[in-house]
Design a protein around this ligand. Structure first.
Ligand code: RAT
Ligand code: ZN
Length: 439
């Protein structure tokens, strides 16, 4: 039998192996496949045009993004109280001055603004915002959304839909017609995390619920979820949770989760997305920017995956320290799908580290990223940066694989990129039939 030296196999002659791409072309081919593949953005705070003013876009919204507000208070000599007294335009101007004129915009969030301005050929060094404002004011929102998603290389985005948000509720109740590029997501923070403050709203709407989690209340919540399932046709249900999240425990939250939300997910065949690790409002003075991060105890994820094998869980964790453990749990439970590098993790250095770790431990059986965009045009820079980081990480994996003797072809790369950024989500949510038409 012929044998090959492990040391010399593969890349010695500059090709990955017979029929494979030359090693020198792997990186550019990966970058090209990433560029030409439309992704599904599985978690955003964007809205379809029918939601009107709930959908944020344009320069003033971009500049007042809470990621930038947090940075603003570090560089500007202004108290949060004074800042909140300003109008949206004045806040945007103050942020522009502090972070873009008086300082260099080298942080991830500030660099993103420069990339967006550049993408629309707008000035990136001006002292004011006039030109950018007139450009955005002139846009027709429907056409602008289509153009921006196309610029970002995204076919579809998942919204975050709160059934207890009064303005949003009105739109759903008036018979919202689904938009082909926006998936609905039933977000349950107020119900799961803050039932004592919200049960009365459900009671007022005619659901037989009370502040406890009695059998009657659980039936009422299931009726509520069923009505909203019919109305929204969501692709998954979702909740964000603190670093202190425990499951199971003797609490109303645990009962609502195990006896109302999880049974409803099974009934409607929907995954539940858990975003765990927020330390809510450590600094309430800076409002939305005032949340921080804490390491979570992943025994909760272990219990959920183990005791509810018929449920599927999409899980994103905010703490960098939890990421390795999450990969280990994903190796134990195939009803667990790790996704995204969330919020404070969405920086190239950390995305690189986490994605490498996930590939090494899970191959292509995870979803590398979501944008978490709150303002439409953010998808342009967030997805551009993700593609750049992923090109390096994936190319490195293929170079290693080539060295080990596997032919690396464009088809193989395309299959993997499709799985990571499309079909893992489509299969998990059962959306592959509908979205493969759009793809
Ligand atoms: O990243 C963010 O914008 C956070 O404020 C949260 O919205 C988080 O992504 C969430 O969905 O709870
Ligand atoms: Zn989010």
């Amino acid at each position: 039998m012929e044998t090959r030296s492990v040391v010399n196999s593969g890349s010695g002659d500059g090709t990955s192996s017979p029929d494979g791409l030359p090693v020198a072309q792997i990186q550019s081919t990966v970058a090209d496949v990433l560029r030409s593949t439309e992704f599904i953005d599985i978690h955003t705070h964007l809205f379809a045009p029918a939601f009107g003013n709930l959908g944020l876009w344009g320069i003033d919204e971009l500049l007042t993004y809470h990621y930038l507000e947090a940075e603003f208070f570090r560089s500007a000599d202004m108290s949060p109280e004074r800042y909140w007294e300003l109008s949206k335009k004045e806040r945007a101007e103050a942020i522009w001055r502090a972070l873009f004129v008086e300082n260099s915009p080298i942080s991830e969030a500030t660099r993103g603004i420069i990339a967006v301005l550049r993408a629309f050929d707008l000035p990136t060094e001006s002292s004011g915002l006039e030109e950018a404002r007139s450009f955005f004011y002139a846009q027709n929102i429907d056409a602008h959304i289509t153009r921006v998603l196309q610029m970002a290389g995204v076919s579809t985005v998942a919204m975050t839909n709160d059934p207890l948000h009064s303005e949003e509720q009105r739109i759903w109740m008036n018979g919202y017609e689904a938009h082909p590029q926006f998936h609905a997501v039933l977000r349950l923070d107020r119900i799961v995390r803050d039932w004592p403050a919200h049960w009365q709203t459900l009671a007022e709407q005619g659901y037989a619920v009370e502040g406890d989690a009695s059998g009657r209340t659980l039936v009422g919540i299931r009726r509520f979820l069923s009505d909203w399932y019919q109305r929204m046709r969501p692709v998954y249900m979702a909740v964000s949770l603190p670093d202190s999240f425990q499951f199971p425990e003797e609490t109303v939250q645990s009962r609502i989760l195990s006896q109302a939300v999880l049974p409803s997910c099974r009934e409607f065949n929907l995954p539940l997305s858990l975003m765990i690790g927020v330390r809510y409002q450590v600094n309430p003075r800076i409002r939305l920017a005032g949340d921080a991060v804490g390491k979570a105890n992943l025994r909760s994820v272990e219990s959920l995956c183990r005791h509810f094998p018929e449920n599927r869980f999409l899980v994103s964790l905010l703490s960098r320290e939890n990421q390795h453990e999450l990969c280990v749990y994903a190796r134990k439970f195939n009803n667990l799908m790790p996704f995204g590098c969330w919020w404070f993790l969405n920086n190239p250095s950390i995305v690189k580290e986490i994605t490498r770790e996930r590939i090494e431990m899970l191959g292509t059986s995870f979803i590398p990223q979501h944008s978490d965009a709150r303002v439409l045009e953010q998808v342009i820079y967030k997805w551009r940066n993700t593609r750049a980081t992923l090109a390096c990480v994936l190319a490195e994996s293929y170079r290693l694989l080539a060295r080990d003797g596997r032919a690396i072809t464009r088809q193989l790369i395309q299959r993997d990129v499709d799985r990571l950024f499309r079909s893992n989500f489509e299969k998990w949510t059962g959306t592959h039939v509908a979205s493969s038409v759009a793809h």
